[in-house]
Design a protein around this ligand. Structure first.
Ligand code: FMN
Length: 176
């Protein structure tokens, strides 16, 4: 599929769960957040917040309440993508905030791949117990909901890209 650098990045992205533990610079972490903020959002509301965590004790506390995010311990960094319900179009009554923040998460995953970093999307929303735990661990206000906690770090190279194209799932013009 890869015919240009963007498509190559998309094709080679994987969820990375094995990390070397080497630190990522704050400059690179900010680049990832800039990629997140470049995502589309409903009515261009840009209601998101990004909490970048590189403090080991905070990461350790966070992982205690996220059973499927243990890779964060070796990744050494996490980016929490959250939405301000007072600013999101429709608030919690419609799901646009989920799509908006998901687009931001995907931008971050691709930006990480493009920088030679590894990342893995781990879910907070829609699991109420995880949302509550992340909010409490990071001191987030009531009106803000965390969608995802993204592990970010330096990949060992063991998690290899796969070709996931499935022609049986492609229809032209109508359901076939
Ligand atoms: C909404 C969503 C939630 C996810 N939550 C987790 C998670 O909690 N823990 C985890 O290890 N991976 C999580 N993943 C990553 C998926 O397991 C991964 O994308 C899938 O296995 C496909 O692998 P790939 O990303 O390498 O293509 C999540 C992905 C999405 C889109």
């Amino acid at each position: 599929m890869a015919v240009n650098p963007v498509l190559e990045t998309i094709a080679n992205r994987r969820s990375i769960r094995r990390y070397t533990g080497r630190p990522v610079s704050r400059q690179d972490l900010e680049t990832l957040v800039r990629a997140g903020m470049a995502a589309p959002s409903s009515r261009d509301t840009r209601h998101w917040y990004f909490i970048v965590i590189d403090d080991e004790s905070i990461l350790n506390g966070l992982v205690e309440g996220l059973p499927y995010a243990k890779m964060i311990l070796t990744a050494k960094h996490a980016i929490v993508v959250a939405s301000d319900m007072d600013q999101a179009h429709g608030g919690t009554d419609v799901d646009y905030w989920v799509q908006d923040c998901s687009a931001a998460v995907q931008n971050i995953l691709l930006a990480a791949q493009s920088l030679g970093l590894g990342a893995c999307w781990t879910a907070a929303h829609p699991r109420p117990e995880r949302v509550a735990f992340v909010k409490q661990a990071l001191g987030m206000p009531d009106k803000v909901i965390p969608l995802a906690v993204i592990a970010v770090g330096c990949p060992t190279g063991e998690d290899k890209p796969r070709d996931k194209f499935d022609p049986a799932r492609l229809f032209w013009n109508k359901w076939q």
